[in-house]
Design a protein around this ligand. Structure first.
Ligand code: GLY
Ligand code: MN
Length: 350
């Protein structure tokens, strides 16, 4: 199987007898099984040169389906690691996910065998066609949710109610949310990661909505900022600047172009127009996780590769006034950028 082959190549390259895989997203990526509780340690994978083990417990026995490539050990994921499992499988050097394994889990291993830190996340960075299809579906669902939510914006509704309506819409369609929606009214929108609260909407306020749908486990992420009332000149100027910054950045997307250039283009434009530096990276990959590789920031070293998919989300945030962010999911296509989210990007007044 193509995905497991990538892991076998890592074993060879890193001189490992086996690799312990602990993160939910990587376990799902390799097994295609989405039923483990996210963030719980209900499963580990141990991939050796000759065998692929799925360590779990009996709660999952009936639900795993066809996992032909894996030998399933269901004596308890962590307990199996404590047994003579490594000896039996002649594992002397074990790689582990340095970004994921907990200190406690590492302490169970470190005195028993040689360990090596490995960063695995890049294996999911370039998407397969079937994955792109799921992300496209996730983006379409988010677009539909945005259309639905515009009709709910009215005087007196709270940030939390809008967030709930988004979640309800997505879940009613049989799917899930990528993260708790960020809904921010008025000056609250100057906080990029505002926690939706009880604030009720008043006339002439900014409404920033940042959310994502997950379709068959694959995430989308979109932000729109609309004006509740008649937009004044300040809102218009800031909106136009963010939209121009986003478009200039999107225009930089091309195979072999630098990821850092996307960030730089938007950042420099916003500064040139007299606004404060963007207080976050311009974007991030999406996939099984809502934030995954590639990083799209001033520090990105890589060049773009066909079928990477990431957000482009510049923003301007002004304390005590508010913020405007516009976020879309864009694919690095054969012939340049391909916008995957499709909601209206022009200024909306409600
Ligand atoms: N859309 C939320 C974030 O990317 O952090
Ligand atoms: Mn985002």
């Amino acid at each position: 199987m193509k995905r497991l082959k990538k892991i076998h190549e890592i074993l060879k390259k890193e001189g490992l007898d086996a690799l312990l895989i602990s993160s939910s997203a990587n376990i799902q990526y390799l097994t295609y099984f989405s039923g483990f509780f996210n963030g719980e340690r209900d499963a580990f994978l141990v991939i050796t040169k000759t065998k692929n083990y799925l360590l779990t417990d009996k709660r999952y026995s009936g639900s795993l389906g066809d996992l032909d490539e894996f030998e399933i050990l269901d004596e308890g994921a962590l307990r199996t690691l404590k047994s003579d499992f490594f000896k039996k499988n002649r594992i002397r050097t074990l790689g582990f996910e340095s970004k994921d394994l907990k200190v406690y889990e590492y302490s169970l291993l470190k005195n028993r065998l040689k360990t090596k830190e490995v960063d695995l996340d890049y294996v999911r960075e370039v998407k397969e066609d079937a994955e792109l299809q799921q992300i496209q579906n996730a983006c379409s669902l988010a677009d539909k949710a945005f259309g639905f939510i515009l009709k709910k914006i009215k005087t007196g509704i709270s940030e939390q109610e809008i967030a709930f309506e988004i979640e309800h819409y997505i879940k009613r369609s049989g799917q899930d949310i990528s993260f708790s929606p960020i809904v921010a009214f008025g000056p609250n929108s100057s906080v990029p990661h505002h926690k939706s609260g009880p604030k009720k909407l008043k006339k002439d306020e900014i409404v920033l909505i940042d959310f994502g749908a997950k379709f068959n486990s694959y995430c989308s992420d979109i932000t729109r900022t609309v004006f509740f009332g008649k937009a004044d000149n300040t809102f218009r100027k800031v909106y136009e600047t963010v939209l121009n910054a986003q478009q200039l950045a999107i225009d930089k997307i091309n195979i072999n172009a630098r990821l850092s250039d996307i960030d730089k283009t938007a950042r420099d434009y916003i500064k040139r127009e007299g606004f404060l530096n963007i207080p976050h990276a311009i974007g991030h990959g999406v996939g099984l996780e809502v934030h995954e590789l590639p990083h799209v920031s001033p520090y990105s070293k890589e060049k773009m590769v066909e079928n990477q998919i990431f957000t482009v989300e510049p923003g301007i945030y002004i304390e005590n006034w508010g913020g405007i962010r516009i976020e879309d999911v864009v694919l690095v296509g054969k012939n340049g950028p391909q916008l995957i989210t499709d909601s209206n990007r022009s200024l909306i007044e409600i």
